[in-house]
Design a binder for this molecule. Structure first.
Ligand SMILES: Nc1ncnc2c1ncn2[C@@H]1O[C@H](COP(=O)(O)OP(=O)(O)OP(=O)(O)O)[C@@H](O)[C@H]1O
Ligand SMILES: [Mg+2]
Length: 214
């Protein structure tokens, strides 16, 4: 579903250059979950951003469902993201003037209220569905942003530290939900995490090492 071939990524600014990936090659298949681990600053978030075209790479090829991202314009990449991707990031990016339920509605085209209620129930956040993001806890925001990512039933689900703000019991609920999602919806799920026991539950665990993946 995603083929990464010999890509390099260098962050450049006026005074410095930092190479994060060099000659990175990897394939991501549908219906499979992948975890990405590595020390802070090793490039997990950068990799997630490259895969959906949110960030650009310098060399190589990155193909998503037959579409090459190397030369793709901003509009084509945005269309691809809308059609295929769902995201939940470390910082929740919920829209502050919409309730949790409305945030979920806003992310999907079909506007299937029943499906959204089911997701909120499974993530145990039905009780906050009519609250605004400023009035819910950090862990609830995180679960709300995962619910929003799932509402559109994306074929590719990208999660950056999805359990970072959660206690053990809520973390396990989210982990089960995410891992089941890949199988149930035949979707590709890729998540970055510092939680090794969660990382080990993925079908494949990838470790960033030496500007590549092992
Ligand atoms: N926009 C940017 N401009 C310049 N350097 C950046 C930028 N974003 C990230 N970096 C650098 O690239 C490296 C990889 O960052 P990245 O955020 O991908 O790490 P990470 O593995 O997600 O870390 P963490 O576990 O702390 O979230 C870091 O050294 C970081 O300082
Ligand atoms: Mg990160």
């Amino acid at each position: 579903m995603i083929k990464v071939s010999k890509i390099s990524k260098v962050y450049k600014d006026k005074s410095s250059e930092q190479e994060v990936f060099k000659n990175l090659s990897i394939n991501f298949d549908a219906s499979t979950s992948y975890s990405i681990v590595g020390p802070s600053g090793s490039g997990k978030t950068t990799l997630l951003n490259l895969l959906s075209g949110l960030d650009n790479f310098d060399e190589g090829s990155l193909n998503v469902n037959g579409i090459e991202l190397y030369n793709a314009g901003a509009e084509a990449k945005s269309k691809l993201r809308k059609a295929l991707f769902g995201f939940a990031y470390q910082f929740h990016y919920l829209l502050e003037n919409l309730t949790v339920f409305e945030n979920c509605l806003a992310s999907c085209f079909g506007h299937d209220n029943g499906a959204i209620k089911k997701i909120l129930k499974e993530l145990e956040i039905v009780h906050i569905k009519d609250k605004f993001p400023s009035n819910i806890s950090g862990g609830e925001k995180q679960r709300a942003s995962i619910a929003r990512a799932l509402a559109a039933k994306p074929k590719i689900l990208i999660l950056d530290e999805p359990t970072g703000n959660l206690d053990q019991s809520n973390s396990l609920i989210i982990q089960d939900f995410i891992l089941n999602y890949a199988k149930k919806n035949k979707s590709l799920v890729i998540y970055a995490t510092h939680d090794i026991s969660f990382a080990e539950r993925a079908d494949k665990m990838l470790k960033i090492s030496d500007k590549g993946l092992i």
